[in-house]
Design a protein around this ligand. Structure first.
Ligand SMILES: *Cc1c(COP(=O)(O)O)cnc(C)c1O
Length: 389
């Protein structure tokens, strides 16, 4: 059969039906599996059989979830985790040795930054940073012990776009692994493996769940790398729970329609904000005014669900704007059906120095909106009254 479209993969990929021939997939809430006899048990533990043994290793629900993500990303194999951060931590830890070096985009998720700052120094693992507008300087950061290039695109919270093809070429030329956190784009909008990424990481907590219910994470990509990550994770135990995997696999069935509407709404919100006199700057990948509009169009199907903008008047105005919001949520999540508004300078990025914040595009008045699925008239009404209050 010819390759299926993402909408079909997300709906029609499923594990084998049980003897009850259920239509919707059941939840396999079991920690372990039984063996036929001593020989079956021996062969299973010797990895001579492809079967479930214990849910820390694999479970039908997590296998189904991973299989869908692999097909959507064009990956050979994957493993699912209890959260996005356990995916990031386990993936990096499984691949790195003490004394290795990472090159990372300056703009990465806050907890990934904390891993670099607070955890990896224990193993003498160093990180060098590149700015999103300085990919040309990246090669000068490469050292003999550089093992991984790590990046996100679009970035959080400034919604900058990194050239995935360029990153893929640099990584390939120097024999370095390229890891992309594809959480903001989802596999529906962007497939980094096409551009040379060796592994793609997701926080499934965000748009994959899409309804703010469960935590989850997944890493997909090259078979040999996933084998290492799988072996590491079998021992260390960051496995996704079967229940969360079941929720996430179900959620993927609606990912394409949800993300289509998220993007349609986000573009409308971005256009509204751009026309408002109290707003300095709006960043949305599919707005013509975005500095990397062409690149975004090349590597993304649509512009995503996150809009960043700057309220005139700096940090005070940013906080006042948040205090005036009535309908929308002030919350730490994103990619939810509910529109969420955050003020990075006083919350997620408050611990950085102002200089470091500005390096990643976080000005005092920057507001991040994760545009949800409410009617855009209602979202705009709330944003408008908050801007004008
Ligand atoms: C949320 C997020 C993570 C971490 O995921 P959790 O599921 O919260 O652990 C990692 N990367 C990005 C880009 C995220 O938005």
């Amino acid at each position: 059969m010819a390759e299926q479209h993402p909408e079909t993969i997300a709906i029609r990929t499923q594990i084998e039906r049980s003897q009850f021939l259920e239509h919707s997939n059941p939840l396999y809430l079991t920690s372990s599996y039984v063996f036929e006899d001593a020989e079956d048990m021996r062969a299973s533990f010797a990895d001579e059989k492809d079967r479930n043994i214990y849910s820390r290793y694999s479970n039908p629900n997590s296998s189904e979830f991973v299989d869908k993500v692999c097909q959507m990303e064009g990956a050979e194999r994957g493993y699912s985790f209890a959260s996005g951060m356990s995916a990031v931590f386990s993936t990096l830890s499984a691949l790195l040795d003490a004394g290795d070096h990472i090159i990372s985009s300056q703009s990465v998720f806050g907890s990934t930054q904390s891993l670099y700052n607070n955890v990896f120094p224990k193993w003498n693992i160093d990180v060098s940073y590149f700015q999103v507008n300085e990919l040309d300087k990246m090669e000068s950061l490469i050292q003999p012990n550089t093992k991984i290039i790590f990046a996100e695109s679009p970035t959080n919270p400034a919604v900058d776009i990194l050239d995935l093809e360029l990153l893929g070429n640099i990584a390939k030329k120097h024999g370095i692994l390229l890891l992309i956190d594809n959480c903001f784009a989802t596999p529906y909008l962007q497939q980094p493996i096409k551009y040379g990424a060796d592994l793609v990481i997701h926080s499934a907590t965000k748009l994959m769940d899409g309804q703010g219910r469960v935590l989850g994470g997944v890493t997909v990509g090259r078979e040999d790398l996933i084998e290492k990550i799988y072996r590491f994770s079998r021992i260390t135990g960051p496995a996704l729970s079967p229940f969360n995997a079941w929720v996430l696999s179900k959620s993927l069935e609606t990912l394409p329609v949800r993300v289509d509407r998220h993007c349609e709404n986000a573009l409308k919100i971005a256009q509204f904000l751009e026309s408002h006199e109290k707003v300095n700057l709006v960043k949305y990948p599919f707005l013509k005014s975005h500095p990397q509009y062409k690149l975004a169009k090349k590597q993304m199907k649509l512009g995503g669900s996150i809009v960043a903008f700057e309220v005139k008047g700096g940090i005070k105005a940013g906080r006042k704007f948040l205090n005036s919001i009535q309908l929308l949520s002030l919350s730490a999540n994103l990619g939810d059906t509910r529109t969420i508004v955050t003020h990075p300078a006083s919350t997620t990025h408050a611990k950085l120095t102002e200089e470091d914040r500005l390096l990643t595009g976080i000005t005092g008045g920057l507001v991040r909106v994760s545009v949800g699925l409410e009617h855009t008239d209602d979202i705009i009404k709330d944003l408008k009254q908050a801007l004008e209050s």
